[in-house]
Design a binder for this molecule. Sequence first.
Ligand SMILES: O=C(O)C1=N[C@H](C(=O)O)C[C@H](O)C1
Length: 289
Amino acid sequence: MKIEGVLVPLVTPFKNDQIDFTSYKKMIDYYISQGVSGLIPLGTTGESPTVSEYEMEELIEKTMEYNNNRVPVYVGLGGNNTNKVIHKLKLVEKNKVNGILSVCPYYNRPGQRGIFEHFLKISEATSLNIIIYNIPYRTGRNIENETIFKLAEIKNIVGIKDSCGDIKQTTDLLLNPPENFSILTGEDALFYTTLTLGGDGGILASAHLKTKEFIEVFNAVKNNNHLLALETWKSLYSFIPLLFEEPNPAPIKYCLNKLAIIDSPEVRLPLTEITSQLKEKLNKALSDC
Ligand SMILES: O=C(O)C1=N[C@H](C(=O)O)C[C@H](O)C1
């Protein structure tokens, strides 16, 4: 079954450096009420690099408890040590998640064969569905379309979160979509473009804000109402870059705190609070939220 629509890679709210589960439950209830198609804890936006294994287990359990089978849940689980990722699978499989979002190995910069073998070994170690995550500007490595086509033939590799940063590569993939394989953008500014080229949706940090508008763009394109889709997209297009002007998710957490959705905007080092200049810009942008 295709994964489609707007999926939110949930921030992990902290308060005094502890996970703030009260805010987290409020977020989950809020985004489900807005009509999102899925939740993704422990993505980049969830500050996965600075969440401990113990916190990860608790966060997944609480996600499933608060979600209560309302929408699909895909957990961010990736790394650059294949055996370590496989070891961590056990922490995820205890819960009835729909699958994992697994980032291309980073820092050790494997070749295409290594990238393929990495995901093949993970796919053989679990029955969970896997969405592969291609984001060269973070990992230092691009998963080429040729590798994606080979990975798409593996039964439980069910889709890709495409942040390849190359519109030709993205277009070539979208115009030659593998069968039973969902193509979701992770490049927020390309959400509308991805949909018009036949993409299935997006995993969008920016959809923490103006969530209904993102969903309206998706629904309008699916209903071939491109006038409405484009008009709605124009209202979002200038807002999105503000949320990435400083390292994600600090700008988003600032906005969620201003909107009283989370109790604190704190992030964990090496991420830091946003500058007063960006706060001013976001306050202006939020005034019409
Ligand atoms: O956490 C995610 O998933 C996403 N992370 C991207 C990033 O921060 O590079 C942005 C995208 O919206 C989703």
